[in-house]
Write a protein that binds this ligand. Sequence first.
Ligand code: HEC
Length: 139
Amino acid sequence: MKRLALAIAGALGLGGGALLSAWPAHAAADPARGERIYARCLACHALAYHRVGPRHCGLLGRKAGAAAGFEYSPAMRQSGLTWNAQTLDRFLAAPMKVVPGTTMTYDGVPERQDRADLIAYLRNADSTEACRAGEAAGR
Ligand code: HEC
């Protein structure tokens, strides 16, 4: 695909970069855009502390239902999931289908690119002040 795009770009006399950057299939995950999408989650979640939903600092690499001090549904605790880019992508597409019985009564994020950006944001969030402060406090 890349070589084809470059060949087309070459044929059109364009810089390959210019064409490739406008090629949607090559769009990279954008954590800044993900932060804006995370606004949808703020109704129930915060990065650094539990609200209606559990805190999200340290999410990637954590087992589902394992943040200390949050009362999860049995469905989440027993889901057998560990959060990584793949499991988050699946869960966030359709939370109530992927973990039937979850108390996260939210329809999900239908757009694949939105989920990718959101996951990039969550991954980066661990290095933010909010998350590091919580870690220092032993949360
Ligand atoms: C209506 C409230 C609500 C909204 C909106 C919501 N969540 Fe949740 N979320 C919850 C609740 C409640 C849980 C705990 C679910 C359980 O125990 O079954 C949860 C759990 C999770 C978990 C599992 C965490 C863990 O520690 O295992 C992830 C991941 C998650 N939410 C991500 C998101 C993201 C990303 C968004 C925004 C796109 C979002 N949620 C929007 C309420 C919400």
